[in-house]
Design a protein around this ligand. Structure first.
Ligand code: ADP
Ligand code: MG
Length: 334
């Protein structure tokens, strides 16, 4: 029997996941009511995932649920904020019970981990689209912006970049990757781990921060624009994972060094944090990251001269204009 909108909500979303003490009124009324801690500012982020645009149509529903929340948690992290409450606007082509329960499993699995409570949403009929909004908080005046980078600051990035971009290209070409590397790379694409704790502790140290969703070069570019500065990246310091190296080192996906770097710098979906901090804080940044398994890497320096310079190990500059990964490009130019 077909499920109504209310059946969908009741079976899959109401009364599930963490039960936070600061939620006065959750799912079920016209609006939710929450209590923001005193001495805090409220931070709000929202992101929409459209099937066929932000994720392939055949993506597993649990991965869609995970990722829809993860990309928002990543934005919260980049503000240096603590996530607390989420709303979910779900547009569904059909009320498919199996799909919904798997989606909810992916969503609540991650929500539980980050102690985020789903407090409301909207359920509509149409092409598969998932919008999540998260609210969280920072101490008054402490939200981290993109605009604070100053010449001399060190540029850092967490984890590694390019993994999800490489996985997406393999997926689009329906290519097999070896079991070990494939599992890692596809999990980077479908189940990103938002750097929330990292963002929260960094909020005291950093001058600017952004999450890497559209490619490191583009997202660092947002910091440079907002701060009115430029930068040089040392390309030998860009963190690439062992699986990224293994897959691009030979065979089907062989890339030379310049092509590897272009992919790592321009492919999206990394969901790492890129941030800047004064040189004197270098030790503190290292120390903070001794607690985090993702690690963090100094990759360059902020300069007064505008623009982004990509310095290779031999001192020459790499250009990003001509994307070097023809091996993969079967898509029309975006
Ligand atoms: P209204 O018509 O007043 O906007 P709805 O009938 O759309 O309310 O929703 C009923 C309740 O269920 C509301 O509290 C709403 O926030 C919640 N809700 C609707 N869809 C979802 C969803 N996909 N996830 C979580 N809560 C939802
Ligand atoms: Mg209403």
């Amino acid at each position: 029997m077909a499920m109504s909108e209310f059946d969908i909500i009741r079976r899959n979303f109401a009364g599930r996941g963490v039960d936070r003490g600061d939620v006065v009124l959750g799912i079920g009324d016209d609006g939710a009511v929450v209590r923001v801690p005193s001495n805090c500012d409220l931070v709000t982020v929202v992101d929409t995932l459209v099937a066929g645009v932000h994720f392939p149509h055949e993506t597993r529903p649990e991965d869609v649920g995970h990722k829809a929340l993860a990309v928002n948690l990543s934005d919260v992290a980049a503000m240096g904020a603590v996530p607390a409450w989420a709303t979910l606007a779900l547009t569904l082509p059909h009320a498919d019970e199996a799909w919904l329960s798997a989606f909810a499993r992916g969503f609540f699995g991650l929500a539980q981990q980050y102690e985020v409570q789903l407090i409301g949403g909207d359920t509509t009929h149409g092409p598969l689209t998932v919008t999540v909004q998260i609210q969280g908080w920072v101490r008054t005046g402490q939200a981290v912006r993109r605009s604070g980078a100053r010449p001399g600051d060190i540029i850092y990035v967490t984890g590694s970049v390019g993994d999800a971009g490489l996985a997406l290209r393999a997926w689009q070409q329906q290519q097999d990757l070896t079991a070990v590397d494939g599992e890692y790379l596809f999990s980077r694409l479908h189940r990103p781990i938002p750097r929330c704790k990292e963002g929260e502790v960094l909020s005291d140290v950093v001058t600017a921060m952004v999450d890497v969703s559209d490619g490191l070069a583009a997202d660092l570019g947002h910091i440079l624009d907002a701060s009115g500065v430029g930068a040089t990246l040392n390309l030998e310091s860009i963190p690439l994972s062992p699986s990224f190296f293994a897959v691009t080192g030979s065979g089907e996906y062989y890339l030379n060094e310049a092509e590897r770097l272009r992919l790592a710098l321009s492919a999206g979906d990394d969901y790492e944090l890129c941030f800047t901090a004064p040189t004197v804080e270098g030790r503190r940044v290292e120390k903070l990251f001794s607690d985090f398994s993702c690690g963090c890497h100094a990759i360059g320096i902020i300069e007064a001269a505008q623009g982004l310079r990509l310095r290779q190990a031999d001192g020459t500059l790499l250009s990003l204009e001509h994307s070097g990964y023809e091996h993969f490009s079967q898509e029309p130019d975006a």
